[in-house]
Ligand binder design. Sequence first.
Ligand code: FAD
Ligand code: NDP
Length: 520
Amino acid sequence: MINIQSRFLMRKVFIRWRSVQCFSVKHFSDKASPNNTWYDLVVIGGGSGGLACAKEAAGLGKKVAVLDYVDPSPQGTHWDIGGTCVNVGCIPKKLMHHASQMRHAVHCAKKYGWIAETDLQKPNWNALSNTIQQYVRSLNWGHKVQLMQRNVSYFNAKGQFVDNNTIKAIDKTKKETLICGDKIVIAVGGRPRFPLIPGAREFCMSSDDVFWRKEPLGKTLVVGGSYVGLECAGFLHGLGIDTTLMIRSIPLRGFDQQIAHLIVEHMHEEGIKIWNSQVPVQVSKINSGSLEVISQLNDGTTFANGFDTVLLAIGRLASTSELNLQNVGIKFNEENGKIFVDEFDMTNVGNIFAIGDVAVGRPELTPVAIKAGKHLARRLFDNSNELTDYNNVPTTVFTPLEYGCIGMSEEAAIAEYGIDNVEVFHAFYKPLEYVLTEQSHKQCYIKAIVLCQSPQPILGLHFVGPNSGEVVQGFGVAIKCGLTYAQLSGTTGIHPTCAEEIVKLHITKRSGLDPTVTGC
Ligand code: FAD
Ligand code: NDP
C-alpha cells in the first residue's frame, strides 16, 4: 500500500520530472544553442542494456539522453519504459512461472499434513495478470524516477538516424525533434517474429501479449521449441490451461540435447501435449470464435485442430528496420536485423555502438545486456578497458522442472575436444522435498563435462531440478574462476540439498555404471 505521504512525494517527483522534460524539449528545437542540444551520449532504446548504459554514463557526470518507444504488437498490446525484460519477458514470465507452481505446491501440502478441502484447479487469470501488471508498472515508474534523479533526458519517442551524430525522435503525436550526440548507443532489442502464413499476425498472439491479456486464454497451442515456447507452455499448463506445444525439429537448439529431451519428457508427463515435427501453415477464425489451425508434418501430411488461443514463439527479429541504418552505413545482418559489432561493441561507424539483443553474437539475456551497457559507458567515459565476457554465461530455462546450465553441452565439448578427451560425470537424484509427495523425480539430473587433460577444468555444468537458477548461479562464479574437477569434488556439500549432488558427482558415463543416487 502506498501511503499519502509517498503519493505526495511521487507526485512532486513526477511534476519536477515533467518540467525537466519540457525544458529539454524546448532546447532541442533550438539548434543554434549547441550546449543545450548536444549530448555526450544518446541511447536509442530504454530496455535492460540502454538504461544501464545511460545511468552509468550519467553517474560519470555525462549529459545523456534516452529514447524509448514501443510499437504496439499486432494484437495491439503496448507497454512503457524498461524494455522486454521488465514488461514482456523475464519479470512477468518468472512471476507466472512461480504462480503456476503453486497449484502443485498446494496439492503436495496435503501430504505434509496441511488440510485443504480441494485441490486448486486454476487461478483467476484476471486477478493474476492484474497483480503482475501492477508490479510491472511500478518498475516502469522506478526507471523514470531513476533517470530523472540522474538528470538523464528521457524521450518517449522513436529514434531514427539522420547522420552519425543526429537522431530524429518521433513521438506518438508524430512530432519530430532532433537530438545530437557525440556517441550513440543502439540498444533497441528485438520483437517476436511472425511466420509468413495466413492468419499469423491477424489471429495469433506472442509473448508480447500473453502477460497483458485480461481474459483467460482457453485451450492454447504454443508454437516453438526453444526458451520462450517451452517456458510459456510450462506456466500456462501449470495455471490450469489445456496446453499443446508444437516443436518443428529439436527442443532447445544449442543446449545439451540429452537434457533438453528430459525437460520435454517431464512436460509431457505433467500433461502438456507435445506435437513433434510439425509447423502451422494456416490459422483462421471459425464461426464459434475459436481458431482453426492447419498444421503440416515433415512428410507433408496436413491436419486441422481447434484452439482458443495460438501463441507463436518462433524466435525474434532485431528492431532495426526503422532506424534508417543506411543513412549512416551501419552494417547489419539482413536476415535478422542484428548489427555487427567488434569486441568493444563498436559498429563499423566509429562513434556508434550496439549492445544487448540487437548486437550479433551476444547471448539474448538481460544480465548480459546490462553488463554490456555498464562496461561500455565506463570504457567511453571513464578510461576503463574492461570488456564484457560473453563466454560461460550461466542461464536457466524456467520450465516446470527448471534447467540451469553454464558452459558447453556434451555434444559441443565432444565436437571441440574429441570423445576420448572429455569425461562426463552424471547423476540422477531425488530431491528430498519430493520424497513424501510421490512427485516424479525421473528427470532430476546433473551432468558435469570435464576435460580429461590436467588440470581437468569443468567445461560445462547442467542441473535439472527445483530452483535451478539459484543452484547454478554460484557454480557460475566457480567456473568463471577456472573450477577443476578436483576442486569440485574436494568441496563439502550442504546437506540435505539438491545442490550437494553436484559436488558428489563421481560416476562417469563411460563407466556404464548406474548413476542413480541412493540414500544419503
Ligand atoms: P530490450 O529490453 O528489448 O529493450 C529495447 C527497447 O528499445 C524496447 O523498449 C524497445 O521498445 C525500444 N526501441 C526499439 N526500437 C526503438 C527505437 N527506434 N527508438 C526508441 N526505442 C526503441 N533474459 C533473462 O536473462 N532471463 C529471463 O528469464 C528471460 N526471460 C525472457 C522471457 C521472454 C518471454 C523474452 C521474450 C525474453 C526473455 N529474456 C530473458 C531475454 C531478455 O528479456 C532480453 O535479453 C533483454 O531484455 C534484452 O535487453 P535489450 O536492452 O537488448 O533490449
Ligand atoms: P529461439 O530463436 O531461441 O527459438 C525459436 C524456436 O522456434 C526454435 O525452436 C525454432 O525451431 C522454432 N521455429 C522457428 N521458426 C519456426 C517456424 N516457422 N515454425 C515453427 N517453429 C519455428 O527463440 P525464443 O523466442 O524461444 O528465444 C529468444 C531468446 O530469448 C533466447 O535465445 C533467449 O536468449 C531469450 N530468452 C531467455 C529466457 C531465459 O533466460 N530463461 C527465456 C526466454 C527467452 P528450430 O530449432 O527448428 O529452428
